[in-house]
Design a protein around this ligand. Structure first.
Ligand code: PAF
Length: 253
């Protein structure tokens, strides 16, 4: 696996890859089986697989969340190398934001609700960095987990609106045995919180009205941001103390 930190070095490599299909998996690191399933799919469907690790400061609406975001680069690099990933991109914030984030991409509808309501500015930052990364990597396909369902819809919407020549591929959420969706943030849960966290997907999957689900989660000690049905999914966001969890399931009938 080639590790590339400099943007101009990557651009030279990208030129040399002309004519090959590239699959791209953008990440913020602290990789888990969910990320690896995206890499595996990319490997199956493309000649070259590129993964990026960049903890994007502009999509964190709280400085503490950015500071506490787990960074495990050494471990991530070893995992990706064993997954036969071809290129690992590790850009830094100065090179990705030569404009100091004065140029931003804004979506004015979907990005304002649910996650957008509770995390103002999050989707501007996410869309802006994803656009930058897609422009740099120029993949045929880019892989996004369904766990961040609103993110996936917004990236698809951006790709369509800006005529980006990329196929945005949705990938199923990977779960732990007790149903908890894998997420880099799960490692911030202590043992007791981790046990309690399993109630979240279990209740989300139960055949009950969303109001009942929210009440039961509150009774168990969760703080509930929202539990709603939309886009043929049931989506939720909750807090266990200072750790925020999001999840969604298909309710397609
Ligand atoms: O889902 C994530 O990890 C991030 O939002 C992404 C897509 C890598 C952009 O920073």
């Amino acid at each position: 696996m080639n590790i590339v930190s400099k943007i101009d070095a990557w651009q030279a490599i990208r030129k040399a890859c002309a004519g090959k299909t590239i699959g791209f998996v953008p990440t913020m690191g602290h990789l888990h089986a969910g990320h690896l399933s995206l890499c595996e799919r990319s490997r199956r469907e493309n000649e070259i697989t590129v993964v990026s690790i960049f903890v994007n400061p502009t999509q964190f609406n709280q400085a503490s969340d950015f500071d506490l975001y787990p960074r495990t680069l050494e471990q991530d690099t070893a995992i990706l190398a064993s997954q036969q990933v071809d290129y690992l991109l590790l850009p830094d914030a100065e090179s990705l934001y030569p404009d100091h984030y004065q140029i931003q991409l804004t979506e004015t509808e979907m990005s304002r609700e649910l996650e957008g309501e509770y995390r103002p500015g999050h989707f501007n930052g996410m869309l802006t960095v994803v656009l930058k990364l897609l422009n740099l990597v120029q993949p045929a396909r880019a892989y996004f987990g369904e766990k961040d369902y609103q993110q996936l819809l917004l990236v698809k919407k951006m790709a369509a609106a800006l005529f980006l020549p990329v196929d945005i591929v949705p990938c199923e959420t990977i779960r732990a045995e007790d149903g908890l969706a894998l997420s880099s943030r799960n490692s911030r849960l202590n043992t007791e919180q981790r046990q309690k966290a399993a109630h979240f997907p279990q209740l989300l999957q139960s055949h009950q009205p969303v109001e009942h689900i929210a009440e039961q989660l509150k009774a168990l000690g969760f703080k509930v941001d929202y539990i709603v049905e939309k886009w043929q999914r049931r989506l939720g966001a909750v807090w266990l103390d200072d750790v925020r969890l999001i999840d969604n399931i298909s309710i397609h009938k």
